[in-house]
Design a protein. Structure first.
Length: 157
């Protein structure tokens, strides 16, 4: 019989397998349209950050809000070692996620055929905040090998 620690590891593995199968099936069926599912995920994360972690969206700039979202992912979730946000031009933002704990899992998603990690919680929370501020954006996420993480971009449409 498994120990309690082994059970926790197996629970994580089981949830990971289920999520990988779901994400792969959605991506294989919808391709880039799978990003339509990012909205509800992002809204849920954003609402939790507002209710439980003091995030404020109203009256702030996109860079300020996404920087605070990044801080929460680093300080409260331990999801990365650093997250930086830069404005690259009018309605163009770049987020660099350094040492993301999800990097290995994102590689597993890629191996399962998911070309873009539409389930990325950082991407989804930032996208939800931008929608809340009435920005219409196209998102992209690329693997950042040197930073062991991702580069997320948002460009106005």
């Amino acid at each position: 019989m498994a120990t309690d620690d082994q059970k926790k590891i197996n629970q994580y593995r089981l949830m990971s397998m289920a999520l990988t199968g779901l994400a792969s099936g959605v991506w294989n069926t919808l391709g880039d349209s799978a990003f339509a599912f990012s909205g509800p995920m992002g809204n849920q994360i954003l609402n939790t950050m507002e209710k439980e972690m003091g995030l404020e969206v109203a009256g702030e700039t996109p860079v300020e809000v996404m920087t605070e979202i990044g801080r929460i992912f680093v300080d409260e979730f331990g999801f990365a070692s650093d997250i930086t946000v830069q404005e690259k031009g009018e309605n163009h933002f770049e987020i660099r996620v350094l040492n993301c704990i999800n990097r290995k899992y994102t590689d597993q998603l890629a191996a399962a055929g998911v070309e873009k990690p539409f389930i990325c919680p950082i991407l989804n929370a930032c996208q939800a905040s931008l929608r809340r501020m009435n920005f219409k954006m196209r998102e992209d996420v690329q693997k950042w090998v040197e930073g062991n993480g991702s580069i997320i971009t948002f460009k106005g449409i």
